[in-house]
Write a protein that binds this ligand. Structure first.
Ligand code: ATP
Ligand code: MG
Length: 243
């Protein structure tokens, strides 16, 4: 479904992503895991062409994404931003409807879709649809961010720390709710996190990164039982000390 080949990106001469390659099968959930600054967000942003790589290629369903229009590519890939990225002057309903409007759905269809998503994500039309993001709790904002990414039913979800900025109890609850959604099972998902529990709870495979490179890519069991080096075993024990 998605193939990333030898991606590279430098910022001001400093490498942020160095020679990153992986493939994600249809319906698979791949987790990009690693400490702050290791290049997770940069990698994700090169997949939907929010950022152009300095080297390497990304293929989506066999087509080099360089040959696709960025706007068309992004409509295939719902994006949940780190820190939700909701439009502050749009209501909840307007935030969710951004892509359906771009796709010129009629009002009735947008209304029905928004209703379905609000319900699915534990929000209500009466209470929440007309609120603005700053009137919502952090957990509610994360749900709206997810609803917005799901709105036009894209086959792929790119999620950047979707449960970031939540207290551990809320994080655990929302993660569990998310894992129970049909969308979670059906869609191809690349999710960024620095949280080992997220990675083990949600990943079919985990791509553990450090300093812009992949250290180990495998199933949660493979990383746990056959860590390739001390960095991996220490990271999984939560004993990684940033330098
Ligand atoms: N637009 C930018 N301009 C300059 N440097 C950047 C830019 N974006 C990222 N970087 C640098 O590239 C490196 C990787 O950043 P990136 O955002 O990909 O990390 P991350 O793994 O997502 O970290 P976090 O977990 O903190 O979100 C960092 O050193 C960062 O400072
Ligand atoms: Mg990031």
């Amino acid at each position: 479904m998605i193939e990333v080949r030898h991606l590279r990106k430098n910022f001001g001469g400093k490498p942020a992503v160095q020679d990153v390659s992986f493939t994600v099968a249809e319906g698979e959930n791949l987790i990009l895991l690693g400490t702050s600054g290791c290049g997770k967000t940069t990698t994700l942003r090169m997949i939907n062409r929010l950022l152009e790589p300095d080297g390497g290629e990304v293929f989506f369903r066999g087509t080099n994404t360089r040959d696709l229009q960025p706007e068309m590519l992004r409509r295939q890939m719902g994006y949940v931003l780190q820190q939700t990225g909701l439009f502050p002057h749009y209501t909840v309903e307007e935030n969710i409807a951004v892509v359906p409007k771009l796709e010129q759905w009629d009002k009735q269809r947008i209304h029905e879709r928004t209703d379905t998503l609000l319900t699915k994500l534990g929000l209500s039309r009466d209470t929440h649809a007309h609120m603005f993001p700053h009137e919502l709790s952090g957990g509610q904002q994360q749900r709206v961010g997810l609803a917005r990414a799901l709105a036009a039913n894209p086959p792929v979800l790119l999620m950047d720390e979707p449960f970031g900025a939540l207290d551990p109890v809320t994080r655990h609850r929302i993660r569990k709710e998310f894992a129970e959604l049909d969308e979670f099972r059906e869609k191809t998902i690349i999710m960024v996190t620095h949280d080992i529990q997220d990675a083990f709870a949600l990943g079919d495979r985990i791509c553990l990164m450090d300093k812009g490179k992949i250290v180990q890519l495998g199933t949660p069991e493979e990383l746990r039982d056959q860590p390739v080096n001390e960095f991996v075993s220490n990271f999984l024990k939560g004993q990684y000390e940033p330098q």
